[in-house]
Design a protein around this ligand. Structure first.
Ligand code: GUN
Length: 288
């Protein structure tokens, strides 16, 4: 069996189109332009690329983009002062502080200084608690994108066995909450899980978010299962170049899965599309 490829790039384009439609409507009816502020501290090259892409796509859907690039040695006080200023700015509806932050900055403190209503990453402790108790919250973008692809493919997820491999606050934990909210039976597996192969073999849905290149081989995948690969790992390729691979061995997994997301072109493009969607949601909630 050869898996259906879940095309995240095409799906993300449809999400962005819908967001652009909402933005145009809000501008016309209310005279408000939804705005997203992105804060980057330091010069991590991968983070700089993400931030540039976020800014570009924000403008493409008609929203206002505010970029704040701060030096790597920025003090916590200065960063908190900027967040306070953005919290109070009526033109800013969403705030994202790019992670990881330099080691001298306390990420929890910084994230929890963001107004929860503007926390379009869904990382503020209030949003984490709201999501965990099934209340209206800001939902982290990567897991939200995964859920949208799963719902689009399956319709209802009710009663399915889902395994999330990875327990990060950014992906694994919120992903498990979302799947539970859609009535899946959820297992969170991680580096200490005993017999990971057997755990993954039970799953109708596998979400891989561990950040280890191709660590899940195809023969762990149940025939017909749906595989969502969140991993984006750079590995040595041909002729001294590098290439991107996921956390799942795509070639062998796509022989057994019913559906699978490719890397690149799967989960990645959905993350920014969901960030834009969250910003419009934050703008609508702020303006009744
Ligand atoms: N770094 C890697 N992924 C993310 C994300 O989703 N949000 C933020 N703020 N930083 C990240």
């Amino acid at each position: 069996m050869s898996a259906k490829i879940i095309d995240g790039k095409a799906f993300a384009a449809t999400v962005r189109e819908k967001v652009a439609g909402h933005v145009a409507h809000i501008k016309q009816e209310r005279g408000i332009t939804p705005g997203l502020a992105v804060v980057l501290v330091g010069e991590d090259p991968a983070s700089a690329v993400y931030v540039r892409n976020k800014g570009k796509q924000t403008v493409e859907v008609g929203m206002a983009s505010f970029e704040h690039k701060l030096a790597a040695d920025t003090s916590e006080e200065a960063l908190l002062a900027l967040i306070e200023q953005l919290n109070a700015d009526p033109e800013v509806h969403g705030i994202l502080v790019q992670l990881p932050l330099p080691a001298h900055l306390n990420s929890d403190l910084v994230i929890n200084a963001i107004d929860p209503a503007k926390d379009v990453d869904g990382f503020h402790i209030s949003n984490v608690g709201l999501l965990g108790t099934g209340q209206k919250s800001m939902v982290p973008c990567t897991p939200l994108g995964c859920l949208m692809m799963l719902r689009d493919h399956h319709g209802s997820l009710s009663g399915m066995d889902a395994v999330v491999v990875g327990r990060s606050n950014i992906v694994g934990k919120p992903m498990a909450q979302l799947l539970l909210g859609d009535s899946c039976t959820v297992t969170i597996a991680h580096s200490r899980t005993k017999d990971l192969a057997e755990v993954v073999r039970r799953a109708d849905i596998v979400v891989a978010a561990v950040g280890r290149p191709e660590m899940i081989p195809g023969d762990w995948i149940k025939e017909g299962a749906t595989v969502i690969d969140v991993g984006i790992n750079r590995v040595p390729g041909d002729a001294g170049k590098t290439r991107l691979v996921g956390d799942v061995d795509y070639a062998s997994a796509s022989e057994r899965a019913g559906a699978i997301t490719p890397v690149p072109g799967g989960v990645g493009p959905m993350t920014i599309a969901c960030l834009l969607a969250n910003t419009v949601t934050a703008c609508c909630r702020a303006n009744g």
